[in-house]
Design a protein around this ligand. Structure first.
Ligand SMILES: [Zn+2]
Length: 256
């Protein structure tokens, strides 16, 4: 009985060490992020690969580094030059812990696959989603977890053009729980009454004006309602910025 127990323990140790060395191997194999971009000279460039961010790499990033990374990722998304990812290997690597670069707050709109839009993968981003990309206590708590506890360097509030939630807020739709949800977006509609053209949901220019004001309003709410995040932003530990997504092209325009 005792020897059986010992052999099971020995087997477990061997399996654990095999698993560990397997992870190390996959990390090494993928440890060429960006290297192919500048050094590849053959006619057919190897696909760009990326591995899961480590704690040291996350700590070395500045908020501006993260903004640059997101902009470059979106450029690759728009030009169909996205990174090749071995998802199975990344799942195994990410199981050791997570050290994401940013928290993205997006609308739930199905046309905005957030990681894809920024050419990011497993372990890269915290993503919070709610129709109309506003914040409430739960999303603020999630952001505080992402930045204060888990070390993310950026909060990006991502609105988008042709947003149904924005249009519904403009129309002051009343329907079930949607009514109270839209109350979170109404302040942006009210703040947009200085718009000079037709102020209706049928006017795309007005809808887009409200979406930008909604992003600005959400950023203000984050700073007003989260002393933790405001302090981090004031110290330069994080940045809180806005952007909006073009449904036609997939391009993200940063508002800073
Ligand atoms: Zn939307």
């Amino acid at each position: 009985m005792k020897s059986n127990f010992l052999s099971i323990c020995t087997a477990a140790v061997v399996m654990a060490s095999m698993l560990f060395s397997c992870n190390s191997g996959s990390a090494d194999k993928n440890n060429n992020a960006g290297a192919n971009d500048s050094t590849q000279t053959t006619a057919i460039p190897a696909p760009r690969k990326e591995r899961v961010l480590t704690a040291e790499e996350q700590a070395a990033l500045t908020p501006d580094d993260v903004i640059k990374s997101l902009k470059e990722g979106n450029e690759r998304f728009v030009t169909s030059n996205v990174t090749a990812r071995d998802h199975s290997a990344m799942v195994r690597d990410a199981a050791q812990g997570q050290f994401p670069k940013a928290v993205i707050l997006s609308c739930i709109d199905s046309r905005i696959p957030v990681e894809d839009v920024f050419d990011k993968g497993i372990g890269d981003l915290f993503v919070g989603r709610v129709a109309g990309n506003f914040v409430n206590t739960d999303l603020l708590g999630s952001m505080e977890f992402g930045c204060k506890v888990s070390g993310a360097k950026l909060i990006l509030v991502l609105g988008h053009e042709s947003c149904g939630a924005i249009k519904s807020a403009i129309d002051d739709v009343k329907l079930g729980n949607i009514t109270s949800m839209l109350a979170n977006i109404r302040p942006a509609v009210i703040a947009s009454q200085d718009f000079s053209g037709e102020k209706s949901s049928k006017n795309e220019a007005f809808v887009n004006y409200v979406l930008k004001n909604n992003v600005i309003h959400t950023i203000k709410n984050i700073k007003d309602k989260s002393p933790i995040l405001k302090e981090m932003a004031d110290k330069g530990e994080i940045k809180i910025v806005g952007a909006y997504y073009n449904i036609q092209t997939g391009a993200v325009t940063f508002m800073e």
